[in-house]
Design a protein around this ligand. Sequence first.
Ligand SMILES: Nc1ncnc2c1ncn2[C@@H]1O[C@H](COP(=O)(O)OP(=O)(O)OP(=O)(O)O)[C@@H](O)[C@H]1O
Ligand SMILES: [Mg+2]
Length: 483
Amino acid sequence: MKNKEDHTMSSEKAFRKAASPGGKDMVHVCWYGEAVGHAYIDEQEGLVWGGYDNDSMQSLFGAHLPCRESDGMPWFLANLWPDNDMFSILGHKDQISYITGGLKFPANITISRNAPWDHPVRNDYLLTSLENHIDDHGVFTGRMMRKLPKSLEENELAHELSSLWKNRHVPRYSGKEIKIPMTLHEEGELQSAITSPFTHFLKFPNAGLREGWGVNEWMCMELCAATGLPTAKHALVPLGDNLPPAYMTERFDIDPLTHRGNKRYLIQDFCTLSGMRPLDQLHPDSNKEGKAAGSLEQVAKIVKQYSSSPQDDVENLFKRTLVSIAVADSDMHRKNISMIFEYDADRNELLSGHLAPAYDITSEIHQEEDRHGMVLPMAGKRKAFSRKSLISFGRNIGIDPERAEQIIDHTFEAIAVRAVDIARNLPPEARHSEMCVYTAQRIATIAVEKARHMGVATPDWEPVSRRREPDARRPSLPGALGV
Ligand SMILES: Nc1ncnc2c1ncn2[C@@H]1O[C@H](COP(=O)(O)OP(=O)(O)OP(=O)(O)O)[C@@H](O)[C@H]1O
Ligand SMILES: [Mg+2]
């Protein structure tokens, strides 16, 4: 027999179904707690947009941001998909189970059958800045409050961490890598963000070849910041003597708690801004739409369309591209670059749109240097870039050759100098793992090699060549991961 609560739930559901067209189930979308609109759950079609619940949201999302042609759904909603194995472990394989299984999505978006009534108590905001909790090397100095993973072996780690998302209050976000939402408290305590504000992402390295991935992403972000490009704040997070360090980044789409005013942020990647589904490179339609479709010239066109300072942002896109080339990052796809929009909720006004700070940059240290290529082509090429081809790309997106030359010199030089500096002075917390040391040395080797190829002066550096298989697969330190 059903208890009273079950009975209330089912009659509420029945009421909702009866009130919607064709008796379909419905979800409500809120942004910072304000109703945006609603969508119907259609077993065949998936989520279908039902319409806006309020005029100001209609004019913001409907008039200023791309919406799906078939039903008018804003593309950032249409593109909320489970793209991480952790959701398939939980059985959230399609969009409906992913969305109904969760509550909080990026940029303080809440989606649920009962929103806004079950909106989390508060929106996410920063309690402190990472800058207050790092040392001179950029290593996190706060206190890790959550228990460390039992294993860094990819499948075991995914299984262990996936249980977090059984709780629907734990935020959902995109990306293939295994990462968890964290709260960094004012005094530096770091805990999982379950009901506390989600302020930082923590990415664990994986066992084997990717044992140095925390160092890898941290170092690439340091190199990116050294070029002067706006870069997500980041830190290397020590996990004790038995595990290689992890990587942490601070969310740039939320304000500090102390911020006064009623500002909201919306992060939009270049699948969403181009009205494309976030298809994977392996999908049959991936040449037409998805993370790897089109070219960087097309991305630049979108930047010009949405940016409040188009020329600066086009230059930033150019620099961001050079960073990927300089460190051999093969993953600069349409979801690894975004724009961030600011909205004044008191005046119902979109204030600005800018290229978001750089994030998710890693170096393909295990690949041959000449095999490295970009996901999105520029000036018709994906690899083997010469100074001349980079200048043509600059010209294609509206940067004059003289300016492009300056940016190329500055970017490649700054990266090579900083890479050698890091590889020579690796933080002690990363030195106990031989794979981390090797990772930093390989990144310095790549950065110096790429800078020389561009004809840029570089510091002295003894190259560290790529280990051949199975050497590169050799576990780093005996027992390094045997916790
Ligand atoms: N510092 C940040 N602030 C706000 N949002 C961020 C930040 N870093 C990443 N994101 C968002 O989270 C998403 C996933 O992060 P990220 O790209 O680092 O993960 P990933 O799993 O490595 O991705 P991929 O599938 O490209 O390998 C990004 O696409 C971006 O939308
Ligand atoms: Mg990514």
